[in-house]
Design a protein around this ligand. Structure first.
Ligand SMILES: [Fe+2]
Length: 369
């Protein structure tokens, strides 16, 4: 795959995560991802783990990966993949074997550096439109699966060292800092520092992942975006990934998945710590709220970016549905109708919760993106 470049002065990134593809959801999820790609036509898709349920049979896991990756392959969309806690959980395929398989697709821009303990930590340079200089950077980081005590994983010390060295190398080669966005499965543990801690459970506060007696919610003293719907499930340990990124000053935001209903970001020490929705659909009301995130950077000022979250239930207007009914297959119409109709009650519940929280507590659980 040739270098990724800014196009018409812009870079459009699609963040896809937690597709959790398995027999029950693969057809509808992949159809929706395909529709989203046709609509958005991103310059790169970044897939951050818990992608495919690693079945007991490697050939089946590969067939699921084929279905997902063919969406991007057919459209020539460069695709970067990293892993979550579930990708290699059943062990039929190791992370190394999985990455080797993802890399058989010509749209793949993923790398497996053999001197790192994981198989899916790398960076994707983004070149200027004329291809002469590196204008932006994308960090794709494997936050691993579980630690030795069974807690969720995090970015390990050799990976932090790799980031620091690579960041210095890029800065030196380009005669100054190159701004970037980072993507990984597990949210950094530092997120809790940007949330408000309370000792008693309050409406729309969530227990800490490990210190269950502490509850967290949005802190109005920080810059907040989007909706916090559940506990951010970070790794138990913190080996300084976030503080290294603060020190280097080249990362604008770190976006994760893992927490399926969280679509938020908080700004801490100059970096947005964000979470994107699960990008699967299970043919039910609850998952109609899932979707994907689009991030855009302008070549004229790479120190900023914009972000929006797109939910399945907002994807099709009734006019779109009529068009699909006329021109699509029965399955196309069934899927589009399902997310739209089942999404009506989910959308109503989300909005009611938002208003209720504000009226009762005076606090906001949702901010503008
Ligand atoms: Fe996960």
């Amino acid at each position: 795959m040739e270098n990724i470049k800014f196009k018409n002065g812009k870079l459009k990134i699609m963040h896809i995560t937690d597709t959790h593809l398995e027999d029950d959801n693969i057809e509808m999820s992949v159809w929706l991802i395909n529709e989203a790609c046709k609509k958005e036509m991103p310059d790169i898709a970044i897939i951050t783990g818990d992608n495919v349920h690693n079945d007991d049979i490697p050939e089946k896991t590969k067939a699921f990966i084929d279905k997902l990756m063919n969406v991007f392959e057919e459209k020539g969309i460069p695709t970067a993949v990293t892993f979550g806690n579930h990708d290699s959980e059943r062990g039929a395929m190791t992370r190394e074997e999985l990455m080797a398989y993802y890399n058989t697709f010509s749209c793949s821009v993923s790398k497996d550096y053999k001197d790192l303990p994981d198989c899916a930590t790398f960076n994707v340079p983004v070149m200027s439109e004329d291809g002469t200089e590196m204008k932006f950077n994308l960090w794709v980081i494997d936050s691993n699966d579980y630690d030795d005590e069974g807690h969720y994983g995090c970015v390990l010390p050799p990976q932090v060292e790799w980031y620091k060295n690579k960041s210095d190398e890029i800065t030196k080669a380009n005669g100054g800092r190159v701004y970037s966005l980072a993507f990984q499965h597990m949210i950094v543990e530092d997120v809790y520092r940007a949330l408000k801690k309370c000792k008693k459970r309050k409406l729309y506060s969530f227990p800490h992942m490990y210190e269950k007696k502490d509850f967290y919610m949005f802190d109005p003293d920080f810059k907040n975006f989007g909706t916090l719907n559940e506990t951010p499930c970070s790794g138990y340990h913190n080996y300084g990934q976030f503080s290294a990124m603060v020190e280097k000053g080249d990362v604008l935001g770190i976006f994760s998945g893992h927490d399926h209903t969280n679509a938020f970001a908080v700004k801490l020490d100059g970096i947005d710590i964000g979470n994107s929705l699960s990008t699967r659909y299970n043919d039910d009301r609850f998952s109609s709220q899932y979707g994907y995130r689009i991030l855009e950077v302008k070549e004229s000022d790479t120190s900023k970016y914009t972000s929006r979250v797109e939910r399945w239930y907002n994807m099709f207007s009734f006019k779109d549905l009529n068009k699909i009914k006329k021109n699509g297959t029965e399955f196309d119409y069934k899927t589009a109708k399902s997310v739209t109709i089942k999404g009506i009650s989910q959308r109503f519940m989300t909005k009611t919760g938002r208003v209720f929280c504000h009226l009762v507590t005076g606090r906001k659980n949702t901010y503008n993106h």
